[in-house]
Design a protein. Structure first.
Length: 147
């Protein structure tokens, strides 16, 4: 995996606190409202919201079923997450090894929060494009939620 690449996406959330943004990552009722770009829908989320806890996201779209499972490797409420990301589905091509997602949430200027996501271990430009654009759309959806 020495040739793996990383996608980094930053986003500001006006009117939202770091605790609200963090909760959106771990609340199985909130996740389906933002964690899948159109035309996909997150239809089921299971989350054990603690360090070493496991999660599962079931997503459906025009190209079939997608599943993401993983473990919270770092868990600092209101501040930071690191989780393994084991994707199974048709897009991008399946892979046997996980990637890793780091999320840092900070107090922004005024009444806002700033999120920095780093998705490590992407294998090529196609996978980078897929995740970079997908995360950006998801964060736009998250920004519109009433948390």
């Amino acid at each position: 995996m020495t040739d793996a690449i990383t996608a980094t996406v930053e986003h500001s959330f006006p009117g939202k606190t770091p605790d609200q943004i963090f909760r959106a990552w771990i609340d199985p009722d909130l996740l389906p409202q933002w964690l899948a770009p159109d035309p996909y829908d997150l239809v089921h989320a299971e989350i054990e919201a603690v360090r070493s806890g496991h999660y599962r996201h079931d997503i459906v779209g025009p190209d079939g079923k997608h599943v993401v499972i993983g473990e919270f490797l770092r868990f600092e409420p209101g501040r930071r997450l690191r989780k393994s990301w084991n994707y199974r589905g048709p897009n991008p091509a399946p892979r046997p090894e996980p990637t890793f997602v780091d999320v840092i949430i900070e107090q922004g200027e005024g009444n806002s929060s700033r999120l920095i996501l780093t998705h490590h271990g992407l294998r090529d430009q196609v996978e980078w494009n897929h995740y970079d654009s997908g995360w950006r759309v998801c964060f736009e959806r998250l920004e519109t939620l009433d948390l």
